[in-house]
Design a protein around this ligand. Structure first.
Ligand code: SF4
Length: 327
């Protein structure tokens, strides 16, 4: 049976801003009622356009910002009630790799110091920290001669390997990879993705991969979650979601991906119209209705619930309301 590592149940993260000359407070619903489980050893991809709430969701998962409602359960521990000891364990067990490694590495620190820093912050003696940094560099298949290099002496791919080595140095169980390859050249992207897949298998890691690139999702992830304006609109096994997307937004994303399915030109695909809406001025009812070719009056007035289709596949759309039971 699958063992849940991260559990979210109706998680919300709202921000308040003052609008206009009246200074009226309004809510920005960056994450609005997300229910999601990530199992041990699994790779879950999280996709959506800018402003969909992906990054805010990742920040809540990393405990960098508190949820407005509900909580993150990590390995059975409710993070909002976690003890100091449990939080310390959480901080070593969850690591993050960002899109642009150059901006996350101190230009004045050598590779050795950058990789050692998390260990030193956790009180590891310097000699042991050095040894672990060398082991970590080996894991990302980089030669120890780079230990004394500075970031400006390395290529984009090498910098991303250093960032991964630094993330691995505390021996994490879960890694959140935020656009891990989008700042890299296409040839280097494949190398980094293969490295991440090798590490996931050999270290039995659990990944949440955040990206706008559906080809990356298809290549690496077991399941894919699709977000639109703060809502999780579809979640299911990657192949199933990609070959047979249920939510019209997912369908639009697939159709907009030029090389995802070069052999399948037979199916009629629709191209999404309009811009992604704004979290500050959300459409009524289903947030996707202004862009949806299947929208009805019902969609304009009411928000669809999550519906379980089959094989752990869930979707939030009135089109499927009659077929299945609500969750
Ligand atoms: Fe389109 Fe209606 Fe489904 Fe929303 S609920 S995606 S508007 S059909």
């Amino acid at each position: 049976m699958s063992e849940a590592v991260i559990e979210l149940n109706n998680l919300k993260k709202y921000f308040t801003i003052n609008k206009g000359i009246t200074n009226k407070k309004i809510y920005v619903k960056a994450v609005d009622g997300v229910t999601l489980t990530i199992n041990k050893g699994e790779i879950v991809g999280l996709v959506g356009e800018s402003g969909s709430g992906k990054t805010t969701l990742a920040r809540v998962l990393l405990n960098l910002t508190k949820p407005t409602d509900s909580h993150v359960i990590f390995n059975g521990v409710n993070l909002s009630k976690a003890t100091r000891k449990e939080m310390k364990k959480f901080r070593t067990e969850v690591a993050v790799v960002f899109q642009d490694p150059a901006s996350n590495l101190n230009p004045r620190d050598t590779v050795m110091n950058s990789i050692m820093r998390p260990l030193i912050l956790h009180g590891t003696p310097k000699k042991l920290a050095k040894q672990k940094a060398m082991e970590s560099l080996e894991l990302v298949k980089m030669d120890s001669r780079y230990l004394n290099s500075y970031p400006h002496q390395l290529s984009g791919g090498q910098l991303q390997r250093i960032a991964i080595a630094r993330a691995l140095v505390l021996n994490p169980k879960v890694m959140i990879l935020d656009e891990p390859t989008s700042a890299l050249d296409i040839s280097v992207q494949a190398q980094i993705l293969n490295l991440l897949l090798d590490l996931q298998e050999s270290l039995n890691l659990t990944y949440l991969v955040i990206t706008h690139d559906l080809n990356v999702i298809r290549y690496v992830s077991d399941r894919v979650a699709v977000m639109y304006l703060g809502k999780l609109v579809e979640f299911g096994p990657t192949e199933e979601v990609i070959k047979n997307p249920k939510h019209p937004y997912t369908e639009g994303l697939m159709a907009a991906s030029p090389i995802l399915d070069p052999h399948d030109r037979s199916k009629e695909k629709y191209l999404m119209q309009g811009d992604p809406g704004s979290l500050i001025n959300l459409p009524t009812g289903c947030h996707f209705h202004p862009r949806c070719p299947y929208a009805t009056e019902h969609c304009v007035n009411e928000m669809p619930h999550n519906i379980i289709l089959s094989n752990r596949h869930q979707v939030s759309c009135f089109k499927y309301m009659s077929a299945v039971k609500n969750i």
